[in-house]
Design a protein around this ligand. Structure first.
Ligand code: NZQ
Ligand code: ZN
Length: 388
């Protein structure tokens, strides 16, 4: 049965070629001081930085910068950013980059005026913000996380070997996001396909849970089919605008809360993937790619009907003459084939992990209860071992 829910997504999107002009509508709504947040410099090489700065100047903004946000942003960087944002008296945080930059901007938003240690408050105790927030806007340059239209902010604490996401409420969602698919054309292939798998994983985490018949799962199936097709086209021709724009739009819908409405969700792949990330600092989407098939093959018997439905509705497996288990397994085999053709990382060794990290990764894995099987520590260890 479709459960009760309240749905609100307050992020305004500007999508398509030339979408950056949307900034001219949005910037006048905020005070003069803008903290421009970005990563390691890709936006300077591909010209996006110059375009953004030109519009900020046209809108008579005072620009303060917080550069060098690393993939998988850290607690140390967050502390540094809080100081910069305070000195700038920032009225708006403008994130220009991928999920790491957007997540970091949201974490800054809730941390700058927080009187406690933000890591303890938001990532260990999972409390909601009680301080004054700084509004966030995003210009997205890397597709995958859905951070452009959600309240997620994942932060890594290397000292504690933990990578944790807090999903904040609608007051922390970006006020606006600019999505121009052409801004993603300069992404290295590795990042493009990692992002594609991140999208697939978001959809599957929400799909593989529950046994009821609900509309959210049908929406997820449609998004998965679009993603699978567009990914194949983009892998052949990365500058195919139609495919890249479809992938960008799918990413947003995969994790802007819609497909989770009225149903339970799993998220165990992300918990194992984040544990791998905490120990290796590997690219998020690739950590998910390396652990997904061992995880899904492990839980398949507990969610057989849904895995069968996935095979038939998403991968067009013909069920005739096959047992339910054979159909379900054929779906995962089709997924594996698609993953290999995209060039995804299929094991943890390629991500720099070694077997002596397994115990630590098991300890860093949070156990979720919404999937088809609540894992024991031993099962997490088995799945990680099979991922090598
Ligand atoms: O730092 P720069 O130089 O910009 O380079 C980045 C980075 O090295 C590069 N890049 C981005 N746009 C580019 C580009 N290079 C060339 N051209 C462009 N147009 O790509 C690299 C990866 O960027 P990053 O932002 O780290 O990737 P992604 O978007 O995958 O974000 C990953 C982070 O998001 C979190 C992950 O855990 C990870 O920390 N997640 C956030 C979620 C959310 N908010 O809901 C959910 C996700 O499951 C995920 O956990
Ligand atoms: Zn993800």
């Amino acid at each position: 049965m479709l459960g009760n829910f309240t749905y609100c997504n307050p992020t305004k999107l500007y999508f398509g070629q030339g979408a950056l002009d949307g900034l001219k509508n949005e910037l006048p709504k905020y005070g003069k001081n803008v903290l421009l947040v970005y990563g390691g410099g890709s936006i300077k090489k591909n010209g996006i930085y110059d375009k953004v700065v030109q519009i900020l100047k046209e809108c008579k903004k005072e620009i303060f910068e917080d550069a060098g946000v690393m993939p998988n942003p850290t607690t140390e960087k967050l502390a540094e950013g809080c100081e910069r944002a305070k000195r700038a008296k920032a009225d708006l945080i403008l994130a220009v980059g991928g999920g790491s930059v957007c997540d970091y901007a949201k974490a800054l938003s809730v941390s700058v005026n927080c009187e406690e240690d933000p890591w303890e408050k938001y990532y260990i105790r999972f409390e909601e913000p009680t301080c004054k927030l700084i509004p966030v806007g995003c210009v997205l340059t890397m597709v995958g996380t859905g951070s452009e239209m959600n309240g997620g902010a994942v932060i890594t604490n290397h000292a504690q070997k933990l990578k944790i996401g807090h999903v904040f409420g609608e007051e922390v969602f970006p006020k606006f996001s600019v999505l121009d698919p052409e801004f993603t054309f300069t992404l290295p292939r590795y990042q493009m396909v990692a992002g594609i798998f991140d999208i697939m994983s978001h959809l599957l985490e929400q799909y593989f849970s529950g046994t009821d018949d609900n509309t959210s799962d049908y929406i997820a199936e449609g998004l998965l089919r679009s993603l699978i097709r567009s990914a194949q086209i983009a892998a052949e021709n990365p500058t195919d605008y139609e495919a890249r724009s479809n992938i960008m739009w799918t990413a947003t819908w995969a994790l802007n809360t819609l497909v989770a409405m009225g149903k339970t969700t799993d998220w165990e792949v992300h918990m194992i993937g984040q544990a791998v990330g905490a120990h290796t600092d590997a690219t998020h989407g690739m950590t998910l790619a390396a652990v997904s098939l061992p995880y899904y093959r492990h839980i398949l018997p507990y969610g057989l009907a849904k895995f069968k439905r996935y095979a038939v509705n998403v991968w067009s497996v013909d069920p005739k003459g096959k047992t339910d288990t054979e159909v379900a397994e054929a779906g995962l085999a089709a997924m594996e084939d698609w993953m290999k053709k995209l060039g995804l990382v299929m094991n943890l060794t390629e991500l720099g992990a070694t077997r002596d990290m397994i115990d630590g990764m098991v300890k860093s894995t949070l156990i979720m209860t919404g999937g088809y099987k609540v894992l024991t520590e031993e099962e997490v260890r088995q799945i990680l071992t099979e991922s090598f």
